[in-house]
Ligand binder design. Structure first.
Ligand code: HEM
Length: 402
């Protein structure tokens, strides 16, 4: 893996790696040596192997985890105390606080809000001179749902979102501007959480501040879990809706099905598999020598599980690069095991609602540019397209277009 990840074709890179070996050592841009897992069977094994830890503080020498190359500072600081940096009982404690707030039943209650928000955004999209599915539809939807779920005041939503996106896509976390943004971001979070304590509401942040007051969540964990929920809620959901729409614009079968609005749940699953909006699971660290498949991963190694590669493994999926709406079987887009995404029900409701609303309203919507001209934010963390310009003004009908 060489060159600037911004210019990788992720699916090709992952396919090439998987064809070389289902688990292998790679050198990431910047020089970090990691073990990348690309086979589906190996990914399933690794995702559920407790010896591959999330908390690098459990390594005999924690700094060994990144070979001294990656900013250990922020991993040990307040914002590094969330679910994806914890294991075992510490993780179970955090999960027990969060999971009841994100159940399937709770997600279903968002349906009317999502339908209403999609309709509003589609009205604006219809009137826009240069409609963009990322900036004008998928992201505002994900931001509105996430900020309302968490209970973030309207006047802070814009700044929090832009700082969060800057942080996630920052190539160099040590860059002075990035550090400045981080300080501002966590200053804002402290303010939001302080306000929540003084003026509680019926929202997730209020429940988290109550858990903090009851001593079930430390101050660092409160901040870290809140920020993790915000960033983790917005970015992959935006990526799923936009990448899913791009796939559907290329496929008459998907387009027709989304237009009809039937079987949206199943279609969303196939789009999750095909587009893998969370392409690579978060860092894990080998606490001891671990054999994954036939490959020995040495103690201390950084392990990356490429969900996007596993989700297109031909040993698990026939014609893996093609969307088959009726494909049976599970995918790994939400991970597996103890860290399986607790936001999956809400993400599914949002994506199914957004895609059926989009193709229901604009059956003939199409890209305003070649698909090859679309650029992604990155490969490893945020896989969303930077923008997806579309045309909604086609006068042909769905029957004519397909
Ligand atoms: C399409 C949208 C989404 C995708 C593809 C996705 C994917 C994932 C994946 C793969 C993981 C596990 C990572 C690992 O094991 O290293 C994860 C964890 C997590 N996700 Fe999501 N996610 C999505 C939406 C959401 C939403 C909407 C929320 C919250 C509202 C959310 C909150 C979380 C949290 C808190 C974790 C950490 C869980 C833990 O460590 O126990 N995600 N997500």
């Amino acid at each position: 893996m060489t060159g600037d990840p911004m210019f990788w074709d992720a699916d090709t890179t992952f396919r090439e790696l998987r064809e070389q070996a289902p688990a292998q050592q790679v050198v990431l841009p910047g020089g970090l040596v990691a073990w990348m897992i690309t086979g589906a069977a190996e990914a399933r094994q690794a995702l559920t192997d407790g010896r591959l830890a999330h908390d690098m503080r459990r390594l005999p020498d924690p700094r060994q985890g990144f070979g001294g190359l990656r900013y250990p500072d922020d991993l040990f600081s307040a914002e590094g105390r969330h679910l994806l940096n914890s294991d075992g009982t510490a993780h179970q404690r955090l999960r027990a606080i969060l999971a009841p707030l994100l159940t399937r039943t709770a997600a279903q209650r968002w349906q009317p809000f999502i339908t209403r928000t999609c309709a509003e955004l589609l009205d604006s999209l219809a009137g826009a001179d240069h409609p963009d599915l990322v900036a004008d539809y998928a992201r505002p939807l994900a931001v509105r749902v996430t900020t309302t779920l968490l209970g973030i005041p309207e006047d802070l939503q814009h700044r929090l979102t832009s700082l969060t996106l800057t942080m996630i896509s920052a190539a160099d976390p040590e860059n002075p501007t990035v550090r400045k943004h981080r300080t501002e971001l966590f200053g804002l979070w402290s303010r939001v959480l302080g306000d929540k304590r003084r003026r509680p509401g019926d929202d997730v942040l209020t429940r988290l501040t109550v858990a903090h007051r009851q001593g079930r969540l430390s101050a660092e964990e409160l901040l870290s879990v809140a920020w993790g929920l915000f960033s983790g809620g917005i970015t992959p959901t935006t990526a799923l809706i936009t990448s899913g729409a791009v796939e559907a614009m290329q496929s008459p079968e998907l387009r027709r099905a989304l237009h009809a609005g039937a079987d949206a749940t199943r279609l969303t699953e196939e789009l999750l598999r095909l587009t893998s909006p969370f392409p690579v699971a978060t860092w894990r660290f080998a606490l001891e020598d671990v054999t994954v498949g036939d490959t020995l991963i040495p103690q201390g190694a950084v392990v990356l599980i490429a969900l996007a590669a596993a989700n297109r493994d031909p040993d698990s999926y026939s014609e893996p690069d093609t969307a088959h709406p009726h494909r049976p079987g599970a995918h790994l887009a939400f991970g597996l095991g103890p860290h399986y995404c607790p936001g999956a029900p809400l993400a599914r409701v949002q994506a199914a609602g957004a895609l059926t609303a989009l193709f229901g309203r604009f059956p003939d919507i199409r890209l305003a540019t070649a698909k090859t001209a679309l650029h992604r934010q990155g490969v490893l963390v945020d896989r969303c397209y930077e923008s997806v310009p579309v045309r909604t003004d086609d006068t042909t009908t769905i029957q004519d277009a397909t």
